[in-house]
Design a protein around this ligand. Structure first.
Ligand code: SF4
Length: 415
């Protein structure tokens, strides 16, 4: 864990980094242009977002019964499902599903960052590959995601070429299509050899137990389709009542994430099966033989009980607020701790590190409120940040006290 001073120095270095500034400027401009174009084609999307807000609010107030419904449906469909109260319980369940020597491929799984899952899988003797291109780049760099949806937003093509040359053992020019093909070729073999595929979920429909995964690259199709075993790890807030509600999540999330339409939407409701011989159902046809869903609490229920913090659980992880933020374009994901930005401060406080990890982030936010304007779920980040600062102040944790407090927690002076 960083002290407040270390965190401040990291932010300062990031703000002074020319490479980072160029990469972020390009990304922010492109995002804003694409989003404006998408909104011209789909002007009714704000109405749909309003409808989804109501669905999400209902779902958060009925989290327990919806989770139970998902569990029942998944089990009916010949899968396994657990509701993990803690991160440790989720990690234990998932690591029980792998064995030393397994190749594990992963896609679209921000929640697994919350669990530090890759480290646990590697300690269990697995070879783990992130397969979303941005995640793959960040993993191979030994770095961490710098945006919810575009984890390698800060890495310029020249750096990717150097990295791939080292990882793949041959020279690559900084030509983007060539680099994409290199990653495709490298990962293809891993998909085929993988015994376990792990994904997150954009939504889960309680009435059918169906998991929705939105993607563009086609890697989630392979992660969910080729290995023997598919494990889904998703927060309880991803559950919505019906299949139609799940479609609404898909529609709103992909428009606000800047795409007119994502290339693929995967809907998964159990292991693969066939009844083509004498109508006898056999599980494990061409797709996975086993299917596991891990529904993660890890303080989400506590958040859902709080009338102010609850709204953070409506977050679709569309990432729009980060491009609107006054601080993010200067320092990228260094304004973060697993989760990024103002919304990230609140998610960090509950889901990824606790109040001490969220403290520096709470004081980085300028309370400008631009994120609220861009957010499809109208999440009032400044309102929550003020509440968080109140909690910090109650602990005597004002900015001048943050350093001392962190030192108390980590047990030594940071200089
Ligand atoms: S807070 Fe809103 S804008 Fe930001 S990622 Fe979540 S849903 Fe998207």
């Amino acid at each position: 864990m960083e002290s407040f001073d270390e965190y401040f120095n990291t932010l300062w270095d990031a703000a002074m980094d020319e490479d980072l500034r160029v990469a972020l400027k390009r990304a922010v401009e492109r995002f804003r242009r694409n989003r404006a174009e998408a909104f011209k084609i789909y002007p009714w999307i704000e109405e749909k977002a309003e409808k989804l807000r109501k669905v999400k609010d209902y779902s958060l107030l009925h989290m327990d019964e919806l989770a139970k419904e998902v569990k029942d449906r998944v089990e009916d469909l010949h899968g396994s499902c657990i509701i993990a109260e803690t991160a440790e319980e989720a990690v234990e369940y998932i690591t029980d599903q792998v064995k030393a020597g397994d190749i594990v491929v992963k896609a679209k799984s921000m929640t697994s960052e919350e669990l530090d899952l890759n480290r646990h899988l590697e300690e269990a003797g697995c070879e783990v590959y992130e397969t979303d291109l941005g995640e793959f780049i960040v993993q191979q760099m030994g770095s961490r995601p710098m945006h919810i949806l575009a984890p390698a937003v800060h890495v310029r093509r020249e750096k990717v070429a150097k990295l791939f040359s080292k990882v793949m053992g041959r020279e690559f020019k900084p030509d983007i299509p060539t680099l994409v093909t290199a990653a495709r070729d490298f990962l293809r073999e891993k998909f085929i050899k993988a015994r376990v595929g792990i994904t997150g979920a954009n939504a889960i429909a309680a009435e059918t137990g169906t998991v929705f995964i939105i993607e563009n690259e086609g890697n989630a199709k392979l992660v969910t389709g080729l290995p023997d075993k598919h494990i889904v790890i998703a927060g309880l807030e991803k559950i919505v009542p019906t299949l139609q509600d799940g479609m609404l999540v898909v529609e709103v999330a992909m428009r606000y994430a800047n795409y007119k339409s994502s290339s693929y939407v995967n809907l998964i409701s159990g292991p693969s099966k066939t009844g083509d011989i004498e109508k006898q159902i056999v599980y494990g046809a061409h797709g996975p033989r086993e299917y596991h869903v891990v529904l993660l609490d890890n303080h989400r229920r506590e958040m859902a009980r709080d009338p102010v913090y609850r709204q953070a659980l409506r977050c679709l992880r569309c990432g729009g607020c980060l491009y609107a933020c006054t601080i993010y374009p200067l320092v990228a994901g260094y304004f973060g701790h697993v989760y990024i930005g103002g919304i990230g401060a609140i998610l960090t406080r509950f889901l990824a590190g606790g109040i001490e990890a969220a403290a520096p982030m709470a004081y980085t936010c300028t309370l400008c409120g631009r994120c609220r304007e861009f957010c499809p779920m109208k999440i009032d980040v400044p309102e929550m940040i003020l509440k968080l600062r109140g909690e910090l102040a109650e602990r005597g944790l004002t900015p001048t006290r943050v350093k001392e407090y962190v030192e108390e927690l980590i047990g030594f002076k940071t200089g």
